[in-house]
Design a protein around this ligand. Structure first.
Ligand code: NAP
Length: 252
């Protein structure tokens, strides 16, 4: 099957993996609603999509507040059509640091952006997807879930991504037989602003071994490009597989 003519909503599409997802989907003939906070970065994504002959809409919103969800869905639906594809990609790696330095407020902020808003977006889009008998939800996670003990200083990030994966697999089973698939995507170590932020601010907040690993993998050229990671996800959207944990390193 082809994705041509579908509508996608991609969160965190202002830069990094989200921008690469938006441009890659547009090249497959998908109209893309792009959500992030930075208007200038969103505008650049929309320009890139247009330069490839595609169609994208910038939706400026703070996904750290799940109450933004109805307005986002309303705008994308009104201007592009009801989304058939949802990629929950936006996330924060913060708070980084010792677990004793974290507060209920910082835990809350991480869970709101990384878990609660993705679940709320899915809930808002599911009625139309199930009525149509076709839909794709992909929640972008991290390899940290397989090895949470390897990112010391990233306790909240590990916990939120583990929660996101459990939510995803549970929802996939709930939706069995509806035509809507729900899967996790672990994008690999990708050369984006999130990695740069960790290298810039992680010293002293991550433990020394963890921080050194992030710095070295960049220095040694081990990070993959956002475009390569995005293509690996997009290639799976035509499958009917559901309830899976996709990893960029699993060859297809
Ligand atoms: N890069 C890696 O090596 C790596 C590894 C494993 C998993 N991942 C996962 O891959 C996904 C994308 O990461 P990335 O590296 O591409 O990150 P990135 O370069 O930092 O981009 C994150 C995107 O999310 C948006 N965003 C962040 N907070 C937001 C908020 N409160 N409301 C709306 N949008 C928000 C950002 O825009 P604004 O700041 O303008 O809002 C930006 O467009 C994340 O889920 C991340 O956990 C990345």
């Amino acid at each position: 099957m082809s994705l041509y003519g579908k509508v996608a909503l991609v969160t965190g599409a202002g830069r990094g993996i989200g921008r690469a997802l938006a441009t890659g989907l547009a090249e497959s003939g998908v109209r893309v609603g792009c959500v992030a906070r930075s208007q200038d970065e969103l505008s650049r994504t929309v320009q890139l999509v247009a330069s490839r002959g595609g169609s994208a809409l910038a939706v400026n919103a703070d996904l750290g507040d799940p109450r933004t969800v109805p307005d986002i869905v309303h705008r994308v639906t009104a201007e592009l059509g009801s989304p058939d594809i949802l990629i929950n990609n936006a996330a924060t790696v913060e708070p980084l640091g010792h677990s004793t330095d974290m507060t209920p407020d910082t835990w809350n902020a991480a869970f709101r952006l990384n878990v609660i808003t993705p679940a709320a977006l899915s809930a808002a889009l599911l009625p139309r997807m199930t009525a149509a008998g076709w839909g794709r939800i992909v929640n972008v996670s991290s390899g940290i879930v397989a090895r949470p003990e390897t990112m010391i200083g990233g306790n909240a990030y590990a916990a939120t991504k583990a929660a996101l994966e459990a939510h995803t697999l549970n929802l996939a089973t709930e939706l069995t037989g509806t035509g809507v698939t729900v899967n996790v995507y672990r994008p690999g170590s990708v050369d984006t602003a999130m990695q740069a932020l960790i290298r810039r601010t992680g010293g002293g907040r991550l433990d020394a071994a963890t921080y050194t690993r992030f710095v070295r993998s960049h220095e040694e050229g081990k990070l993959i490009s956002a475009e390569d990671s995005a293509l690996s996800l997009i290639a799976r959207l035509t499958d009917d597989a559901t309830g899976q944990v996709w990893d960029v390193h699993d060859s297809r």
